[in-house]
Design a protein around this ligand. Structure first.
Ligand code: S3P
Length: 171
């Protein structure tokens, strides 16, 4: 078994963090968590509901609490997929920078758009034109993903299994 630390996946919506995270957790035989799902479980409500009732601000508060809890718990190394906006809060970036293995799954805006086109549970893509939103968010967030990541893996032209193998190579 590979002796690797907790692996944290960051990147935009549609980068494939959940898909790649599941593959990595199988390959490494360790538990997989998706911060969005943990937030939903703790809130007893889904993300669109949280955005509607508490605004993006409320969601970000929950996201920070969740990240903090997941990283501070005494637990076996895990694979953690994060929401695309996790890097928006400075305190989250500071927590991520202290982690030994943060992987930025890079996807172009065109790919992000294609991979999110059927999703119905991303409130930020319901406001205005999704392409404009993803382009605007990418301009802000790409430097922040790079700031916290120790490894960058390009996902556009790759099958998920190949992306997972690239991450494994980096461990
Ligand atoms: C968000 C991304 C989503 C989710 C929420 C906000 C963002 O996660 O956390 O809708 O700000 O980019 P995914 O990146 O898993 O879609």
């Amino acid at each position: 078994m590979i002796n690797a630390p907790t692996i944290i996946l960051v990147g935009p919506m549609g980068a494939g963090k959940t898909t790649i995270g599941r593959l990595l957790s199988q390959q490494l035989d360790r538990e997989f968590f998706d911060s969005d799902r943990v937030i939903e479980e703790n809130a007893g409500a889904d993300i669109p509901w949280i955005f509607e009732k508490e605004g993006e601000e409320g969601f970000r508060r929950r996201e920070t609490q969740t990240l903090e809890a997941m990283l501070s718990e005494e637990q076996l190394p895990i694979v953690l997929a994060t929401g695309g906006g996790i890097v928006m809060m400075e305190e989250n970036r500071e927590m991520l920078k202290q982690q030994p293995l943060v992987v930025y799954l890079f996807a172009s805006v065109a790919q992000q758009l294609q991979r999110t086109s059927k999703s119905n549970n991303r409130p930020l893509l319901k406001q205005g034109d999704p392409k404009e939103t993803l382009t605007r968010l990418f301009a802000i967030r790409d430097p922040l993903y790079r700031e916290v990541a120790s490894v960058i893996v390009e996902t556009d032209s790759r099958h998920p299994k190949t992306v997972a193998n690239k991450v494994m190579d980096a461990i």
